[in-house]
Design a protein around this ligand. Structure first.
Ligand code: PMP
Length: 418
C-alpha cells in the first residue's frame, strides 16, 4: 500500500484512473516520476487553458516572488490586485462592452457559485433557484443543490430544497420546446412551482457530457428571465476563459447574463481563483457581508494578469477556431464512422465522444484506460460517465494535438477488436 492509499482520504478521485505519480509538466505534456510522458487532454479539468508552466506567465510569477511581492493580503488593496482589475477591465470588459463589478470569492469555483446564489436570493427576496438537468456547479451544499447528478448528491442529504431542475435542450424530442415548458411552469398558477430568484445555466454542459446549448435557446432563456423578473446566472467556470473561442462562452449568443461565475483558467497558471461578476446595479452587498480569508490570491492575480496579457498579444481566439476545426474533422471523419452507436458533440476546444449507446460505461472507461496506457490523459463525463471528454490546453501545438487524437483512434481500434 502506498502512502496515498494509506493516508489520503477515500474521497480521492482522478488519481484512481490516472495512477502514475506525476512530478513535472510543460505545455501539454505531463511527466511521471517513473519517466513516462502523457499528453494532457484533461487540462486540470479546464484550469490549464494556457497549458502547464506557460513561459510568459511563469516569468511574471517568479519575478513577483523574487521581489517579495505580497502573497497574502486578505482583500486589502494591493498592486497585484490593482493590475489585475485594470487588465481585466481593459482586455475583457471594455472590449466586450460588458459592465460588471468583480467580487473575489473563496479560492475555488464552487465558492463563486455559492456567492451568486446568496446574492440572487438577497436581491429577489425569493428562495427558489432553477437549474438544469445535467448541470454541474460544484460540491458545497448550495452548488450541490443545483447539480443534477443524483449520485454525487447522495453524500449530502437534503440539499435539493428550493431548487427545481428544468430540462436542458438534450435528450428530448425536437418537438419538445424546453423554454416553453419553463414558461408554462412559471405562468401556470397551478404548476406547483414558485417563481425562482434566478436561473443558473452553462452554455456547454461540460461535466454533463459536453452538451452545447443552441444560440437561440440561450437567447430565449435570457428573454424568459427578463419577462418574468428572474436573474440569469451563467456558470462559465469550465468553458469560459476562451475555451469556446471568445473569452466568455455566452458571447456567441450575444446575451448578457446578470451574473457570471468564473474560475479554473482565470488565474492562467492553475492557481486557485474564482470570481463573481455582477451587473453594477445588482451589487447590493453590504461591506464584508460575504467575507473570507482567501479571496483573491495574490499569485493568482499575477498569473491572471499575465494570462490576459498573453491572450491580448497572441492569436488565441483564431487559434482555437483552427483547432476546433481540426477536432471536429477528426472526430466526425475518423471516430464517428467506427460505429453508428457513437455520437459526437462539441464546440471550440471541448469535444465529447458519446458512447452511451454501447450500454453502461464499461466501453468508455476501457477507451480512456487504454489511452492512458498509450500516453494520453483524457476523462469520462456525462450520464454514467459514458462520454469521453476532450479538453486539451488551448495553447497545445498542432502536432501534439494530432498525436493525442491518434492515440484516441488507436485506443478505439484496440478496444473494438477486444
Ligand atoms: N461549475 C462548473 C461548470 C464546473 O465545471 C466546476 C468544476 N468542474 C465547478 C462549477 C466547480 O468548481 P470547483 O471544482 O473549482 O469548485
Amino acid at each position: 500500500m502506498n502512502i496515498f492509499e494509506k493516508r489520503e482520504s477515500n474521497v480521492r478521485s482522478y488519481c484512481r484512473n490516472f495512477t502514475a505519480i506525476f512530478h513535472r509538466a510543460k505545455g501539454s505534456i505531463i511527466y511521471s516520476e517513473s519517466g513516462e510522458e502523457y499528453i494532457d487532454f484533461l487540462a486540470g479539468a479546464g484550469a490549464l487553458n494556457y497549458g502547464h508552466n506557460h513561459d510568459y506567465i511563469k516569468e511574471k510569477v517568479i519575478s513577483y516572488l523574487d521581489a517579495d511581492g505580497i502573497t497574502h493580503g486578505l482583500d486589502m488593496y494591493t498592486s497585484a490586485k490593482e493590475k489585475f482589475l485594470a487588465k481585466f477591465d481593459e482586455v475583457v470588459l471594455s472590449s466586450t462592452q460588458l459592465n460588471y463589478r468583480i467580487q473575489f470569492c473563496g479560492p475555488t469555483g464552487t465558492n463563486a457559485v455559492e456567492a451568486a446564489l446568496k446574492l440572487a436570493r438577497k436581491l429577489k427576496r425569493r428562495t427558489g433557484i432553477f437549474s438544469f438537468m445535467g448541470a454541474y456547479h460544484g460540491m458545497t451544499l448550495g452548488s450541490l443543490s443545483i447539480t443534477g447528478n443524483i449520485g454525487i448528491r447522495a453524500g449530502a442529504i437534503g440539499t435539493s430544497s428550493n431548487v427545481n431542475f428544468m430540462p436542458y435542450p438534450y435528450g428530448f424530442m425536437e418537438s419538445f420546446d424546453t423554454i416553453e415548458y419553463i414558461n408554462s411552469v412559471l405562468n401556470d398558477v397551478n404548476s406547483g412551482i414558485e417563481k425562482p430568484a434566478a436561473i443558473i445555466f452553462e452554455t456547454v454542459q461540460a461535466e454533463g457530457g459536453v452538451v452545447v446549448a443552441p444560440i437561440e435557446w440561450m437567447q430565449r432563456l435570457r428573454r424568459l428571465c427578463d419577462e418574468n423578473d428572474i436573474l440569469l446566472i451563467c456558470d462559465d467556470i469550465q468553458v469560459g476563459c476562451g475555451r469556446t473561442g471568445s473569452f466568455f462562452s455566452f458571447e456567441r449568443a450575444d446575451i448578457v447574463p446578470d451574473m457570471v461565475v468564473l474560475s479554473k483558467s482565470i488565474s492562467g497558471y492553475g492557481f486557485p481563483m474564482s470570481l463573481l461578476l455582477i451587473k453594477p446595479e445588482l451589487d447590493i452587498w453590504e461591506p464584508g457581508e460575504h467575507n473570507g480569508t482567501f479571496r483573491g490570491n495574490q499569485l493568482a492575480f499575477i498569473g491572471a494578469t499575465a494570462a490576459l496579457e498573453y491572450r491580448e498579444s497572441s492569436n488565441l481566439q483564431q487559434d482555437v477556431k483552427a483547432k476546433e476545426l481540426f477536432l471536429k474533422n477528426f472526430l466526425t471523419q475518423q471516430i464517428a464512422p467506427i460505429s453508428e452507436k457513437i455520437a459526437i458533440r462539441g464546440i471550440g476546444m471541448i469535444w465529447g465522444i458519446d458512447l452511451k449507446n454501447f450500454g453502461g460505461n464499461i466501453f468508455a472507461r476501457s477507451i480512456t484506460l487504454r489511452c492512458f496506457e498509450l500516453g494520453l490523459i483524457v476523462e469520462c463525463a456525462g450520464r454514467n460517465d459514458t462520454v469521453i471528454k476532450i479538453l486539451p490546453p488551448l495553447v497545445i501545438d498542432m502536432s501534439t494535438l494530432e498525436k493525442g487524437c491518434s492515440i484516441i483512434k488507436e485506443a478505439f481500434n484496440d478496444c473494438m477488436s477486444n
